[in-house]
Ligand binder design. Sequence first.
Ligand SMILES: [Zn+2]
Ligand SMILES: [Zn+2]
Length: 236
Amino acid sequence: MWPSTSRAARWLAGWVGLLFPPHCVVCGREVEGPTPLCGECGKEIRRWEAVCQVCGVGIEPGLDLCPDCAVEARSFAWARSIGPYEGVVRALVLLVKYEGERLVARFLAREMAELAMGEAKVVTWVPPDPLRLKKRGFHGAELLGREVARALGLPARPLLRKLAPSPEQVGRPREERIKAMHGLFSATKRGRGEPVLLVDDVMTTGATASEAARALLAGGFGEVGVLTCAHTAGKE
Ligand SMILES: [Zn+2]
Ligand SMILES: [Zn+2]
């Protein structure tokens, strides 16, 4: 017996398995090739029939805007997400956010890249709280942003910094939530009017993306479009 050889073989198989997981990350079915999702789970991804022209959330077909965008100015020009934050998409987002799964990030990013509008010249992401980045060692929105950039053939750059942790928002009225976000981000460098694609994992009220976009505009960058994996609200 050569225990060291079998250990080496297991070690190697472990790495190959990590690089090309042969099983669906959601249901565990075997999959072919370096994809994280089986065909069945792929079909489970839900999309909206009609979306708000501004924030991309699902709305009643025939309408142009969601109730929020109808009354509130957004600093981003447009935002789109794959669909509602539930089921398969939610499971995939959590794998990127808490496990830093690159293959899953790449899969989601390809879906997101299909939804890109406008003429972005550079891709960036909503930055994390500085302490949280230290604790986890990776940042889900950055993994997604870099993969979206790769899918679109654009450069990925850290253009934003977060100046303070996000305020506790639960239970706050909408206007207060928006006010509490003011000045949370600043641009890391001066732009020259380049349009930017801003990436984040999930959009909830859109206040974070809008504030991050405002910081980019204030930093001299051009129009900001937003891509997220999912939106937590929306009309079925
Ligand atoms: Zn599956
Ligand atoms: Zn909207």
